[in-house]
Write a protein of this length. Structure first.
Length: 363
């Protein structure tokens, strides 16, 4: 654990009273933020003052992946029937049936618990903050960023951004992952108390070999994470690769998500020298990467916080090519970043070609 994370954990620990700590996971999917929340619980349990503290997670009954991860890490959890009301934020504000479900869950937490909602965005799990206000319970948000929905290219972004103004004011206690997002949250809620706990990964002795390429070699490019075009940019990467004709490239996709079928359908756009390999969701993506001799990790995200996969790749000495935005700017050298101010597909394509050429000896 480095000095920055040690300092973060001490501050976080001091903010938690001597009481049980409950994490509510409202999402039906498992992304980097959910995994980071689990890692945070594991790290807190290692602290001397938390040895006898109870940690309890609440998860949707049909989120089998997160339940499996919690079980493997010996973190106690209880399941709840996921709320199927959509759009969730409108039901959180106007549907008493939805809010009553959230109230029941909050009432089921151990007496005096510190309650933290693991939010992917400010509207996710909003009902728990409404319920907290009605019950006079303090409910905190653990949120990875404070981007507008317009920037995230969300459906009905104008409507969601309108309601997010109120949503940020329903919670006055936040945990986020960057000083940049701390400022953004305070700009949206002047009463907010914001604690920054930077993302972190476990130290590892694993270090991948950075090889040189022969002309006939297949270059193994990986994209790891949820397959969701409007955030993760899988489609941008495929478009970039479709214009590369001089190298043999295998694009390895680790993860699943709502756009997986669409991604598979894009294989027809690729020339014969580019192939795609789908590995599905993996408990340990780096086992898959090692087995398949990863050469580059590409992060073509349209928006991010601080992606865990980037930190894990840095820890393992894996070369990275990433969009020049958000958390990537804080961690990666200029040579690893491609410009997103203009034609991002062309910029990514040029960056991939340049990196392959750097590792191909001149004859």
């Amino acid at each position: 654990m480095n000095d920055m994370i040690e300092s973060d954990i001490k501050l976080f620990s001091s903010a938690l009273d001597d009481c049980p700590v409950c994490f509510i996971f409202p999402s039906k999917i498992v992304g980097g933020h959910e995994i980071m929340a689990i890692e945070l619980i594991k790290l807190l349990r290692q602290q001397k003052e938390f040895k006898k503290r109870n940690f309890l997670a609440y998860v949707p009954i049909d989120n089998l992946k997160i339940k499996k991860t919690l079980f493997e890490n010996e973190i106690a959890y209880e399941s709840f029937k996921a709320n199927l009301f959509k759009p969730e934020f409108l039901h959180a504000l106007f549907n008493p049936v939805y809010v009553s479900r959230c109230i029941r869950l909050l009432r089921s937490t151990p007496k005096g618990s510190k309650i933290i909602v693991v939010q992917g965005d400010i509207l996710q799990g909003l009902g728990y903050f409404v319920a907290g206000r009605l019950l006079n319970k303090t409910v905190s948000s653990y949120i990875p960023y404070a981007h507008s929905f317009k920037r995230m290219a969300a459906k009905a972004a104008w409507l969601k951004d309108s309601f997010s103004t109120l949503a940020y004011r329903l919670c006055n206690n936040y945990i986020t992952i960057s000083k940049v997002f701390e400022k953004e949250i305070i700009n949206r809620n002047r009463k907010a108390k914001v604690l920054v706990v930077h993302n972190f990964v476990e130290k590892t002795s694993a270090s991948f070999t950075v090889r040189e390429f022969c002309v006939t070699d297949v270059v193994n490019i990986f994209i790891i994470g949820r397959v969701q075009f409007h955030q993760k940019g899988h489609d941008v990467l495929v478009e970039a690769l479709s214009g590369i004709g001089e190298y043999q490239i295998a694009l390895h996709v680790v993860g699943d998500g709502p756009d997986l079928k669409n991604l598979k359908n894009m294989q027809g756009k690729l020339p014969d020298n580019i192939s795609m390999v789908f590995h599905g969701w993996a408990t340990n993506s780096w086992d898959v990467a090692e087995k398949n001799k990863i050469d580059f990790l590409v992060i073509p995200s349209l928006f991010e916080g601080v992606p865990l996969v980037m930190l894990e790749a840095l820890e393992r000495n894996v070369p990275i090519i990433a969009a020049a935005r958000d958390g990537m700017l804080d961690y990666l050298p200029t040579d690893s970043l491609y410009d997103v101010s203009g034609d991002s597909v062309m910029a990514l394509r040029s960056k991939i070609i340049a990196h392959i050429r750097q590792r191909t000896p001149k004859i």
